[in-house]
Design a protein around this ligand. Structure first.
Ligand SMILES: [Zn+2]
Ligand SMILES: [Zn+2]
Ligand SMILES: [Zn+2]
Length: 202
């Protein structure tokens, strides 16, 4: 049997709802998964009303009404994402802010859009990681980004500095077939900016 919302307000239950609503981070994945269960819908409505009455939420909305057009995150090595405009006007800890903004977005109070991707550790979610780029064949880190030239009719690809240069110092030949390469929008040459080359196996 389902209870109506008004019968759902014993102190103990309210406390447990509150403690779930108050914890940092978004609750949404949990509620969406359980959306067909009426008791969770009730909690969601409780949360929605609760959200608007929170002073921190009102401060964020005021900030957006009066002072800033958009809340832009800044990268931080400890918290990975911080909202510098919100921190001074609320009592929230930096790590509680993104979760709250997420919830406000789920309730259509705010709008969000893609800003940037950040690499984080998949075990502890720390953004304090070092990234090393490896050759996908031999795992060497000795790679560099080079401009490469492809001679389309013979299929040869090489870095620009491996082309054979004539005695005039300007005319360049394909190292494989010896043809003169026309770099002025010639249909037989394709230039790839930023091809990664391995200094170990290539
Ligand atoms: Zn980690
Ligand atoms: Zn060629
Ligand atoms: Zn390699």
């Amino acid at each position: 049997m389902f209870k109506r919302k008004t019968e759902h307000t014993s102190n103990k239950e309210l406390k447990s709802i509150e403690s779930r609503v108050e914890r940092p981070g978004s609750l949404e994945p949990f509620y969406i998964r359980n959306a067909l269960n009426p008791s969770y819908q009730i909690v969601t409505e409780e949360e929605e009303r609760g959200l608007y009455s929170k002073p921190d939420v009102q401060r964020i909305i005021n900030l957006l009404l009066n002072d800033v057009k958009e809340l832009i995150p800044s990268f931080d090595l400890h918290y990975y994402c911080r909202y510098n405009e919100i921190e001074p006007v609320t009592d929230l800890k930096p790590n509680e802010i993104p979760g709250l903004l997420d919830r406000l977005t789920k309730y259509k109070v705010l709008d969000s859009h893609f800003y940037e991707k950040v690499i984080i550790c998949d075990k502890c979610t720390s953004p304090n990681v070092a990234s090393r780029f490896l050759c996908s064949h031999c795992k060497s880190t000795n790679i560099s980004q080079k401009k490469t030239i492809e001679h389309l009719s013979c299929g040869y690809v090489c870095p620009e500095d491996q082309l054979v240069v004539d005695t005039d110092g300007r005319t360049k030949h394909c190292p494989r077939c010896g043809l003169i390469l026309d770099f002025n929008a010639g249909p037989d040459v394709r230039i790839n900016e930023g091809w990664f080359m391995c200094g170990h196996c290539a």
